[in-house]
Ligand binder design. Sequence first.
Ligand SMILES: [Zn+2]
Ligand SMILES: [Zn+2]
Length: 342
Amino acid sequence: MKAMVLRELVRLPDNPAPLAPADLPQPVPGAGELLIQVSVCGVCHTELDEIEGRTPPPRLPVVPGHQVVGTVVTAGQNVTTIRVGDRVGVAWIYSACGRCAFCRSGNENLCADFVATGRDVNGGYAEFMTVPERFAFPIPPAFSDAQAAPLLCAGAIGFRSVKLAGVQDGQAVGLTGFGASAHLVLQMIRHRWPACRVFVFSRSAEERAFALELGAAWAGATEADPPEKLSSVIDTTPAWKPVLESLKNLTPGGRLVINAIRKEEADRDELLRLDYARHLWQEKEIKSVANVSRSDVSGFLALAAQMALRPEVQEFPLDQANRALLELKSRKIRGAKVLRVA
Ligand SMILES: [Zn+2]
Ligand SMILES: [Zn+2]
């Protein structure tokens, strides 16, 4: 089967083609697993973190990709709930132990044995992949394959971020960074809490204009002062400056939720500006978002179908995966990028 594989960790500015085309044997599903023929796979900022070694794959080569939509072509032994021919999605959560306290309380995203799709095992930048039945998600018919792909990570982790932010109707909520996840979060907040005002911060004029198109109350530069203080801010950027700027903008008791698997090193010195009185005093909180649970993925898919969410997607052929990744790195973003595999 055709695939795009990561053979060694690289820095993207030095190597604009980190993934190489490869011809791999088609995987064989084990007991309780499905073989999926991949239709599309979303491109996520976490792929950049894998390629550049901030969250390195434990083994190389690996096939990246964790927003996979495809059709079940073979069901392994003991598969009971999903049939051959079903359209399913695969998200960042590939498996978890199922026995620890985190797993038993629905927080399998925090399991010590969390296995990530496309990092710890092969993912969806390929014609076929296998996945445990318990971690495959039926895709609501309302969505095309390409529309469904970004719901599986950008949307599902956005859903988790909003939950962790504790958003309530009528609040002022900030989003700093406005890529694949935030453009879905904005629509989700406006649907569920119509009296909320959403303030978007981005260094990109295009992203700010896109946010206003989607109904943001205001959009400004990363360091701009919003017209009012914010009950919560969700940060989807890879940088440190937005962390301090967001803390500055919180109300007393406000919460910053950082939705990023790793931050990059480039502007780490910004942290030296941290001022206790200005950024943390008055019971301000910081919380990170780690991975997703199955209920985040299925809950978000159901909500997205109910609210007729239409993600903005830009398609690339599988063999152009490197170009899609480079555009993501240089933040040429409008909505979500999706690879067309079949
Ligand atoms: Zn992702
Ligand atoms: Zn566990």
